[in-house]
Structures are given as C-alpha cells and as structure tokens.
Design a protein around this ligand. Structure first.
Ligand code: BGC
Length: 351
C-alpha cells in the first residue's frame, strides 16, 4: 500500500473520508483497490530505511583494510544499531582487489570480507548501502577504466542478486576530475541497464559528478528507471568542516574556523538543503545525503552545533542521511575508550 498517496498536510474531511474508505477497501479480501504493482519496490520506502545512518569509513575503502586505522569488528554493527541508527553506508575499494585484466575478477577473500560485513548489518536489522569507493584510476582516465567499473557492477549485482532488499547499491563515490558530468551520465545509463538485466528489483543510488556536489544536481541526467535514490554530499562551509585535513591542500590556514549557529550560518544550510529538497520533489526522486561531517581538527563545540543543525534541517526536509564517519578522523565513536562521544546526541535526535 502506498500511504504517500494520502496527503498528511491540511487533513480535511475529504482526506479523512478517503482514508476510511481506503482502509475498508484494503481490508476487503476482494481487494478492489489495486496495491502498488506486484514486486515493485518503492524507493521512498527504501530511503526511509536509511533515514539515519553512519559511514563505516576508512575500513574497506582503505587500500587494504586496517591501513587507515580501522578494521571492522562484529560488535560495531551492534553498537551502531543500539545507538539508534537505521543503517550504515559501507564504502568499499573494490578496484584494489581484482585481477589486473578483464574480466577483473574480484578477489575471493575480499568478497568474503564484504559479505561478512553485509551479513552483520542484516543480522542487526541495519539497512546497508554498498558502493564503489576510491576507484581513483577512473577519475584520471575514465574511458580506460569504464570496462572495469561495469565488470565490478556485474559481479557485485550477480553476487547479491538473491539477497534482501535492505541492500542498496550506490554506483560510484564522488565522480570528479576527468569523469565529467557528460561522461558520468553515459556510464550511469550503461551501468544501470547492466545491473537491471541481472537484478531488476535492487534499489540503486547515483549522485552527480563534481564530488556528488549539490550544485551539480542540475547536470545529472536521471535515467528513466524506477527504484532509484539520488545521493549528494554536504560539507559546507568547507573551510570549517575540512580545516587541518591532510588531504586538502593548505587547509591548515583554516584552523580556528568555528561554526557558531549564527543566523547567517544557519541560513546558508537552510538554503542549500531547501534547494536539494525542491530538486527531489521536482524530479520525484528520494534524496540521501550520503556524507556530511566535520573533521576532528575543528573545535568540538562547533562540530556539535553544525552536526546537530544539519540533522535537524535534513530531518525537517525528510532527507535521509549518513554521517561521515564512525570511528576515524571525523568519528563519533572512540576506538580506544569504546564509547560514543557527544556527537551521538547531535546525530540521533527525534524526528
Ligand atoms: C572520502 C574520505 C574523506 C571524506 C571527507 C570521503 O568521500 O572517501 O577519504 O575523508 O570524504 O573528505
């Protein structure tokens, strides 16, 4: 049943009456009102499953797991579930774990490790977004690595074909550099039709070029397929969220930038998120902010305020989100003390 059809705004007599009629009819065994077409997965419902999630970052997206200080543990999934998250995003660097040449067979042990993580998520009733992350080679020479991208998706789609629909596929993290919007739109079209031939029910996720920036949404050609979620990343103001980040040139000079929840600062976020929401409504696609976060070199109180405000605005606009990330440089959970820091309270808030 698609309850989204019933307007929750301005409930008036007609709405109440339609609900009563709808309810009676749907209880009737003859089912005179057709439910959603059989076997159809509603991406808006799927997106609700990943309403409040956290990235298990710097683990399987490192060149090799452990090299960036995070090795996944079974207890992480329980800890995340009991804290109140509804799912996780699992960034995965598949490209480092394949045969060198076509058909780029994925290393069996690496696949087993991903499977173990996916199974742990499912066992803990956490929905899970799996992606292709840090496929660096494709950004400097997209055409040379296109076959590898498609071959990865073919293998991943086949592997998870009969798995539950709580697994969502995100095609590629942050396309950028020479992987321009134009080329990316072509890759999306080909990639999606390839996956759909193998698995026509899986919820898929794509984001715009230029690092999944909200300002590039207008360049994204949405393929004409159902069951698709659109993802963007949000790290504004960048000088605040990325101060002191070793991977961002000259970011040391931003050290000391605070976020004080002034009206002007809040309005910038309001405006951006309202634009994203409006884009989603106009295109009738659910939106997932798959990364947002402020690095630990920023003042903690500012990080708290920014994170808390972001969550409030995203939730008010019914946008699902994933915090970047669990227990590394942006971490909300501390591997040493095995405890959450206060960011948890900024993240898990009532709707
Ligand atoms: C990258 C991370 C980085 C984060 C914030 C992610 O997409 O994969 O390596 O820490 O963005 O910049």
């Amino acid at each position: 049943m698609n309850f989204r059809l019933i307007s929750k705004k301005n409930p008036d007599v007609i709405n109440i009456l339609s609900f009563v009629i709808f309810f009676i009819l749907s209880c009737d065994s003859t089912e005179s009102i057709q439910p959603l077409e059989q076997n159809k997965v509603d991406p808006f419902i799927q997106n609700k499953k990943i309403a409040k999630t956290i990235n298990l970052g710097n683990a399987l997206d490192a060149p090799n797991e452990g090299e960036w200080g995070v090795t996944l543990e079974a207890e992480y999934f329980q800890i995340i579930k009991s804290a109140g998250f509804s799912g996780i995003r699992l960034p995965i660097r598949w490209s480092n774990h394949t045969q060198a040449n076509a058909p780029f067979t994925i290393d069996e042990n690496f696949f087993k490790r991903v499977d173990w993580a996916v199974q742990n998520a499912l066992d803990n009733n956490l929905a899970i977004v799996i992606n292709i992350h840090h496929f660096e080679e494709i950004f400097s020479d997209p055409l040379a690595f296109k076959q590898k991208l498609l071959s990865l998706w073919e293998q991943i789609a086949r592997h998870f074909k009969d798995y539950p629909d709580d697994i969502i596929f995100e095609m590629l993290n942050e396309p950028h550099q020479k992987l321009t919007s134009e080329i990316w739109n072509e890759f999306i079209a080909e990639g999606i039709s390839l996956i759909r031939k193998i698995d026509d029910k899986r919820t898929l996720m794509i984001g715009p070029a230029n690092w999944n920036s909200i300002n590039s949404l207008s360049t994204l050609e949405i393929p004409n397929v159902e069951n698709l979620i659109i993802t963007v990343h949000y790290y504004s103001p960048f000088e605040f969220t990325h101060q002191g980040a070793s991977w961002v040139e000259n970011s040391d000079r931003w050290m000391g930038t605070t976020w004080d929840a002034t009206n002007t600062q809040k309005e910038l976020i309001d405006k951006d998120i309202a634009m994203v929401k409006e884009w989603g409504i106009r295109n009738n696609r659910p939106i997932f902010i798959g990364e947002f976060g402020a690095y630990s070199k920023a003042d903690f109180n500012s990080r708290f305020r920014w994170t808390e405000y972001m969550v409030q605005v995203m939730q008010k606009n019914e946008i699902s989100w994933s915090y970047w990330e669990f227990c590394s440089g942006f971490g909300a959970w501390d591997q040493q003390t095995k405890k959450w820091n206060e960011l948890l309270y900024a993240l898990i808030q009532p709707n």
